[in-house]
Design a protein around this ligand. Structure first.
Ligand SMILES: [Zn+2]
Ligand SMILES: [Zn+2]
Length: 465
């Protein structure tokens, strides 16, 4: 009898322990600023160390993972291999063992591993913030985005990295506006970015046009935050993301405003004016809501996916469109950023919201050249991660999360022929070289990057890059 009671007591204590371990530990793990979402098991503190579900951490690091029958966990990423064994304190990184201060364990039939050692083996740096209970795993060169604005009067534009899509949060002394929220799968990224800044209410949300890379994540945003006004066009679409947006709008208390060119609105200390669309086009991209935000003497122009047709409408509208900062149209597509538009905007800074190695080849190298030719300093979410630009009222300053390079521009050219007049680059054998006047001809050997920085673009016929 006594034994049985003791057993039941022991069981109860064990259950309590398990419950304590599994109750939402509140531990968060981010990789280059993106939080891992844990579906079947959460990270825990075990023996004073943060232990993370094995598959979630390898997935988030972009590595493959396998278990063999002897309980060995083998992770592979590129040329790096990491091996760990349940209950064993050695980690083997590319064949070289080193001791850890903890061991991989199994709890509730889930394998948990010390994320720090795995991430470090793959070349990441790892830090722990005990206040927010966050493990930050960052690749080299990554610096976390700046803390939210506390005081001061700058107006900040956060170009949130949503891969191939658009998402801009504007922060203006306690007032906030969000333009687009990337594809559906980025909804949670955008929501946590906004939440992390301590924001609960958005004064304005703009749904620029019905394409999913812009409105996909907006339903999550509208369902989460207190949204006062939503600015939208009358264009409709028969897509899941558009239906989800309509459902979210129906449930919200937001006022719906139809975008009308010429209308101005106040945010905090800044104001913005709607420049386009005029009448709706067949091409949804040319129906993008375009706005110019101004704060004292500094300004920014944001036109979502506007292509040449809408750019010309904006450029010829008679409005002042000169702007310190341009969010480059349509992810840097070659059908946008036409000469007349860029010449009128004269941006000093250009931000391109674009996915790494996207299948469209965005941003177009000719667009990069054109931006350089007007003297704009270029930032890109595929290379720079989240980009934050501050309008100070007289100037602009920009900070970035990281600083990667574009592999495409590393290509070297030998004896390419430059036309110093048309600013075109040709292969030596290109037909147009023979027709070029000698005074415009210059022979160049060097990288594509140098040419782009000088504002040169590739001949469309011989395609040197
Ligand atoms: Zn787009
Ligand atoms: Zn679009």
């Amino acid at each position: 009898m006594k034994i049985k009671r003791a057993f039941i007591l022991l069981l109860a204590v064990l259950c309590l322990f398990a419950a304590a371990v599994w109750a939402d530990s509140g531990i968060r793990v981010s990789v280059d600023g993106r939080y891992i979402s844990f579906t079947d098991a959460e990270p825990i503190i075990y023996d004073g160390r943060t232990m993370v579900p094995v598959r979630a951490v390898f997935d988030a690091l972009g590595a493959e993972v396998d278990f063999n029958s002897k309980g060995v966990i083998i992770g592979k990423k590129g040329n790096n291999t990491v091996e760990m064994c349940l209950g064993n304190k050695y980690i083997i990184s590319n064949g070289i063992p080193s001791a850890m201060d903890t061991v991989p364990i199994v709890i509730n039939s889930r394998a948990l591993v010390p994320a720090r050692y795995i991430a470090e083996s793959f070349g990441y740096s790892v830090s722990w913030d005990s206040q927010s209970k966050t493990v930050s795993i960052n690749s080299r060169g990554y610096a976390p985005a700046p803390a939210p604005q506390t005081n001061g009067k700058d107006v900040r534009l956060h170009f949130i990295d949503v891969g191939q899509g658009d998402c801009t949060l504007i922060e203006d002394n306690g007032h906030y506006m969000l333009i687009d929220a990337g594809e559906t799968e980025y909804g949670s990224t955008v929501v946590s970015y906004i939440k992390n800044m301590g924001i609960s209410c958005l004064d304005y949300v703009i749904a620029s046009h019905p394409h999913s890379d812009h409105i996909g994540g907006l339903d999550d945003v509208i369902n989460t935050f207190d949204v006062k006004n939503v600015i939208i066009t009358s264009e409709e679409a028969v897509t899941a993301s558009f239906e989800n947006l309509l459902d979210a709008l129906e449930k919200s208390n937001a006022d719906i405003i139809e975008a009308m060119p010429g209308k101005s609105y106040t945010l905090g200390l800044s104001s913005f004016k709607i420049l386009a669309p005029g009448k709706l086009d067949d091409d949804s991209n040319n129906n993008s809501i375009a706005i110019r935000l101004s704060y004292k003497q500094s300004s920014a122009l944001l036109c979502a996916d506007a292509e040449k047709e809408e750019e010309l409408y904006i450029a010829r509208s008679g409005e002042n469109i000169a702007s310190d900062l341009l969010k480059v149209n349509h992810h840097g597509s070659p059908g946008s950023s036409c000469e007349e538009f860029l010449y009128k905007v004269q941006p000093k800074y250009a931000v391109i919201s674009v996915g790494k190695d996207n299948s469209y080849g965005h941003p177009s190298m000719n667009v990069l050249s054109a931006l350089n030719a007007v003297g704009a300093k270029i930032y890109r979410t595929d290379l720079n991660g989240n980009v934050v630009a501050s309008l100070t009222g007289s100037s602009v300053s920009v900070s970035t999360e990281k600083n990667d390079t574009d592999k495409r521009t590393e290509k070297m050219l030998q004896n390419a022929v430059l036309n110093t007049n048309s600013k075109k680059v040709h292969l030596p054998e290109c037909e147009s070289v023979s027709k070029m006047s000698a005074k415009n001809k210059k022979i160049f050997s060097g990288s594509v990057e140098e040419l782009i920085e000088m504002g040169y673009s590739a001949c469309g016929y011989c395609q040197p890059f």
